[in-house]
Design a protein around this ligand. Structure first.
Ligand SMILES: [Zn+2]
Length: 349
């Protein structure tokens, strides 16, 4: 879908402009956009539906509380509003909440009250400081003595930048913290696969439960630009780190499906396939650039550079879609962003 737009842009510059309206007469050439007009060449209708095997795993909402809540191990509950995910664990001392997304509203508190009506809420553990995963903390702000556990770097960030709804940590740690709360072991370990400051992996060994937020999207290709990572290299290295843990459940923070070990393996294989594909195509970068530069009569190197980047991105995306469209959902929606992220990284390293 991008090729025709790229050609149109180049055709204008190389003197075929009389055949097509100039940009001044039309809207600007906003390449790489999806049109909601079904007759447009870049119509949303060109994208494949979600795969049946992914739909079959989707969670359903309990309408009474507006959330999906399921007990995945004794005392350990998985929660999702079908877009965001969190969890809570009922211990002998009370309830420990693992992330409080603002999209859950007050419903998470309601779900906990229905599940464990007599248990106090003792801890809120934050996977990272981003508002979209912990901006619902304020719904727990009135609980006396609530321990809010976060990495020290997250506490520093929150001191500098107020993030609406995110509570100030009361217990911080540098790189690792082992907690034992009401008979439940919870191991926290910092990492750098997503957030600007730090991420925290949350591991419950007895429940074989690992939580690493904004990483994979079970059943689907990763979200745009590999989960919008701020550290591409660390993102790629994180799969090996995750797989060193002995886990069966993998909570990644997004979509309605709770992940498992196979989902992490599939996401790893997908990501490395993208990277290898880009590296293989990189050998043709100079030729692509020179072709474009010649076409624009050596006047606009930026345009030629973009043509070279888009050519590799689109060739990569096509190969990735061909290989993965039957295995993961929405590959055709995000493959170009993954290829572009891997390409930018390859250019710079
Ligand atoms: Zn995030």
């Amino acid at each position: 879908m991008h090729t025709s737009l790229t050609f149109a842009a180049v055709a204008c510059v190389v003197g075929l402009a009389s055949a097509v309206p100039s940009l001044a007469e039309t809207d600007h050439n906003l390449a790489n956009t999806i049109s909601l007009d079904s007759n447009h060449p870049d119509s949303f209708r060109n994208f494949a539906p979600e795969l049946p095997q992914m739909r079959a795993r989707a969670s359903t909402i309990n309408t009474e509380i507006g959330l999906h809540v399921s007990e995945i191990e004794p005392g350990l509950f998985f929660v999702t509003d079908l877009v965001y995910q969190s969890a809570f664990v009922v211990t002998d001392d009370g309830v420990v909440v693992l992330d409080a997304p603002p999209s859950f509203g007050a419903n998470l508190r309601k779900a906990i009250a229905m599940t464990a009506p007599d248990a106090p809420i003792t801890h809120l553990i934050m996977s990272h400081g981003h508002r979209d995963h912990n901006g619902g903390g304020h719904f727990f702000a009135d609980i006396p003595g609530l321990e809010i556990v976060a990495a020290a770097e997250v506490a520093e960030t929150l001191e500098k930048f107020h993030l609406e709804g995110v509570l100030t940590p009361t217990q911080v740690f540098d790189s690792a913290l082992d907690l034992s709360i009401g008979g439940v072991d919870i191991q926290l370990q910092t990492a750098n696969y997503h957030a600007e400051d730090t991420d925290v992996m949350i591991y419950l060994p007895d429940q074989k439960f690992l939580m690493a937020i904004d990483t994979i999207t079970p059943g689907e290709a990763p979200f745009m630009n590999f989960g919008a990572t701020t550290n591409v290299n660390a993102y790629f290295e994180s799969f090996a780190t995750f797989l060193e843990y002995d886990f069966e459940h993998f909570l990644s923070g997004h979509v309605s499906i709770l992940g498992n070990r196979q989902d992490v393996v599939a996401a790893r294989d997908y990501a490395f396939d993208v990277r290898t594909t880009v590296y293989n195509l990189m050998s043709g970068f100079n030729d692509r650039f020179m072709n474009g530069f010649e076409a624009v009569e050596f006047q606009n190197a930026n345009l030629a550079y973009r043509v070279a980047m888009e050519g590799i991105r689109d060739d990569c995306a096509q190969k990735i879609i061909d290989r993965w469209e039957d295995k993961l959902s929405v590959v055709d929606l995000w493959a170009d962003s993954h290829c572009e992220t891997a390409l930018l990284y390859a250019v710079m390293h």
